[in-house]
Design a binder for this molecule. Structure first.
Ligand code: SF4
Length: 411
């Protein structure tokens, strides 16, 4: 993908979450969270592998009971990505998770509140060199902070600052911070405020964003605005959906902003309109399914008509446009083959795989002689069928020109 924009990145400290750097000049990482019972080691590992295969760099697992902490001891060494233990209420479970070997903890300051317990966890993490995310959540603020500030950016940031203070008192600074809210506007303002007062790396997310598609939109609204301002070192979509969707969304957002190198297929498709000669949605969906596993960063286009399609998608590596019951296959805008409508998806998949394996030049060298002329004839016939002046444009323009302009006539 061509890098069109660069966003000046806020300078933050760098911490290491296992083998993944967060902050500083490290690539912005994608996180998600398992939905299995952590105590079920095999189910949890299976989900972690799916998340990793879909672009997730760091995975969080709940550590809500002693059995979960013990399971983490088995999960950590077999996981392909670093594991964060999510701790609520029980500081002993944070200590147990550290003993299990997790690469990071997440503590919610709103529900582990005794300073001596927070410091005990921070000291143990300090001694082991394990970072902690201070995970403030607008919906579970410390009651005295909520009473004073309400669920406001100031309240969220005060909660983070208080926790930072406890950590720094015991010499612990392997910190990353989140100030999530379910309202993207509140979340954006909270992170902006936080970014002004600390240089610890920030973990972005809109919490409890909900099911698709609303959850995707809310999360993207919050996360993308901040990333474009250079704020954010790691991100998580919190969707009420299979967590694989979170990983895919996070990865796609970073790739679409040019913040991570594209690793997989980018399918572009026209939105369809009255000109479409095929069911664009069906063809694009079938192509997406067929190419989903193609982990090669190529751009594939599905365009509903040949009148505008190939031109508008000429930068795509490979694409197809429909015309007169046939598909015009093109590679970087050059027609390489014309196929019957029924073969459009299979031909597109074949050529996409060819481009992915052999490259653009090799694909162009396999172009059918005469395909370009065939396609040009189809296109011309379509334009003819619609008529060069089906709208009687010349007559209309003549009328427009000859008509008195009412305002001018009056004055
Ligand atoms: S490519 Fe053709 S069918 Fe698709 S939106 Fe554009 S004009 Fe309409």
């Amino acid at each position: 993908m061509t890098q069109l924009t660069t966003y000046p990145r806020r300078q933050t400290r760098k911490i290491e979450v296992g083998a993944v750097s967060v902050g500083g000049d490290a690539p912005i990482s994608v996180q998600s969270m398992t939905t299995t019972k952590t105590a079920d080691v095999e189910a949890t590992l299976a989900q972690i592998y799916s998340l990793a295969a879909n672009g997730c760099d760091i995975v969080r697992c709940t550590c809500n009971e002693p059995e979960a902490a013990e399971a983490l001891a088995h999960i950590v060494p077999r996981s392909p990505v670093p594991i964060v233990a999510d701790i609520h209420f029980h500081y002993q479970l944070a200590l147990a998770a550290l003993e299990a070997g997790v690469q990071c903890l997440r503590l919610n300051p709103g529900n582990i509140r005794k300073p001596e317990r927070i410091k005990a966890v921070a000291m143990e993490a300090r001694d082991r060199g394990v970072p902690i995310r201070i995970g403030v959540n607008g919906g579970s603020l410390d009651p005295d902070i909520e009473a004073r500030y309400g669920q406001t950016p100031l309240g969220l940031v005060e909660s983070a600052k208080r926790e930072i203070g406890y950590f720094e008192e015991v010499g612990f600074d392997l910190i990353k911070i989140s100030v999530k809210a379910s309202n993207p506007a509140l979340m954006i303002e909270s992170y902006r405020l936080l970014a002004d007062v600390t240089d610890y790396p920030l973990h972005l997310g809109v919490t409890e964003a909900g099911p698709l598609p609303g959850g995707l939109i809310k999360s993207t609204a919050g996360i993308a605005v901040l990333l474009a301002e250079g704020i954010g070192d790691t991100i998580r979509y919190s969707l009420t959906a299979d967590p694989v969707e979170e990983a895919r969304a996070g990865r796609q957002l970073l790739e679409s902003l040019g913040l991570r190198e594209r690793k997989s297929l980018d399918l572009i498709a026209c939105p369809s309109c009255g000109r479409a000669e095929i069911d664009v949605i069906a063809v694009a969906t079938a192509a997406q399914e067929a190419l989903r596993e193609l982990n090669v960063p190529i751009q594939v286009a599905v365009m509903g008509c040949v009148v505008n399609g190939p031109g508008e998608a000429s930068s795509a590596d490979v694409g197809i446009a429909a015309g007169r019951k046939r598909g015009h296959l093109f590679v970087r805008g050059q027609i390489v083959k014309v196929v019957p409508e029924a073969e459009m998806v299979s031909a597109l998949v074949t050529w996409a795989k060819l481009v992915a394996s052999d490259g653009i030049d090799a694909a162009l060298a396999k172009a059918d002689q005469g395909a370009a002329a065939e396609a040009a004839a189809d296109r011309a016939a379509l334009l003819d069928a619609r008529g060069d002046d089906a709208n009687e444009a010349s007559v209309r323009i003549e009328r427009m020109r000859s008509k008195d302009r009412p305002d001018e006539a009056k004055s």
